[in-house]
Design a protein around this ligand. Structure first.
Ligand code: GRG
Length: 336
């Protein structure tokens, strides 16, 4: 990205440029980068599609083509989705696939009972979930499992006892600073804070969060340049605009950070020539940071954007229609 871009050019969200940047990603099939990121393809389509929804440009991606790609990643042996055709099923790709199908109103294409059994097969006696049949466990996979079950209307497939063990596992990951780590005893990290707080919200166990202690820890993630880091002494990164802000939104404490400074930081990480948002100003853009940048701006009430549900990280209207909306609050959207 050009570092000589005039500051004025990034004082506004460059919506048409970001929309064409995301559209072009799916068409760059001759690029080496496209093939090197095959293991993230399903996640990348979810990030791109949801970013387009937030910018009110959902139809930029062809609906039938998108659904066909998702279905081509079905792993019939496991009964769930891989990240790419011929890849083994994994809970991360499975959640992204379900999110895409829900957004496209195409859940009816899925064998829901098989996906539910795949997810339940990943549940461990401690209450945590594994990512796949090979067994690595952590709170990210726990969130993916809980969110996917909920979106499939099958949270009740977790028995009362299994649900309680899941809640207890998350509670055991809570630290003295109010934050959460990726396993019991692990350091608090904003990404893990979000998965744990959002999973507790879905499981109707929000009361297990120490709102004030965690609210302070999250607010302290803001650095003098306005950006947010993921844990103390680390660099700011645009993606924390989602992990931190969504957590604060679920705690109804978004006003605990300086919204104007964060907004200016996110906007300064845009590529004003080719579109896309980077982790921080003057770095190379990617779809992950583009999505989490616009997600953060949406929660900050940026004009013209569509509301995002911070618990499911999906368009708020879609979640509300499914009757899944939990208590959260964003900053009121400003007029354009
Ligand atoms: C539906 C949005 C959604 C997610 C699914 C995979 C997942 C569930 C959540 C991931 C949560 C998480 C751990 C996010 C953090 C990602 C990140 C930027 C990690 C970087 O960690 P370090 O240690 O960086 O490299 P720092 O910033 O601490 O130096």
């Amino acid at each position: 990205m050009s570092s000589s871009s005039p500051a004025a050019s990034t004082s506004k969200l460059l919506v048409p440029l970001h929309v064409s940047y995301i559209k072009a990603l799916g068409e760059a099939k001759d690029d080496l980068a496209y093939h090197l990121t095959a293991h993230l393809r399903m996640n990348a389509i979810y990030w791109g599609l949801t970013a387009l929804c937030v910018m009110d440009a959902k139809d930029t991606l062809d609906r039938e083509e998108t659904i066909a790609f998702v279905m081509s990643c079905w792993d019939d042996e496991a009964g769930a989705f891989g990240a790419h055709p011929e890849h083994d099923a994994h809970i991360l790709a499975t959640l992204s696939a379900i999110q895409i199908l829900v957004i496209q109103d195409a859940l009816d294409r899925v064998d829901i009972p098989r996906v539910v059994s795949f997810i339940l097969s990943l549940h461990r006696p401690s209450g945590v979930f594994a990512g796949d049949a090979f067994g690595e466990t952590d709170t990210r996979f726990l969130y993916c499992a809980v969110s996917a079950l909920s979106l499939l209307g099958s949270l009740s497939a977790l028995s009362k006892d299994a649900r309680q063990r899941t809640i207890d596992y998350v509670v055991q990951c809570k630290n003295f600073d109010g934050g959460f780590g990726n396993r019991i005893g692990a350091e608090s990290h904003a990404g893990q804070v979000w998965v744990c707080v959002a999973a507790l919200a879905i499981l109707d166990a929000r009361d297990k969060v120490d709102d004030d202690t965690l609210g302070w820890w999250l607010a302290e993630r803001q650095l003098p340049n306005g950006g947010l880091n993921g844990r103390p002494e680390k660099l700011e990164d645009v993606c924390y605009s989602h992990w931190v802000l969504s957590s604060l939104s679920i705690l109804n404490k978004l006003h605990w950070i300086d919204a104007d400074k964060l907004e200016a930081f996110i906007l300064s990480a845009q590529d004003p020539e080719h579109g896309g948002i980077a982790d921080r100003p003057d770095n190379v853009v990617d779809v992950f940071h583009t999505f989490f940048g616009v997600a953060g701006l949406s929660l900050l009430g940026y004009p013209g954007l569509v509301d995002l549900d911070p618990v499911y990280c999906m368009p708020a209207e879609v979640i509300a229609k499914m009757g899944l909306r939990k208590g959260w609050a964003a900053i009121e959207r400003r007029d354009a």
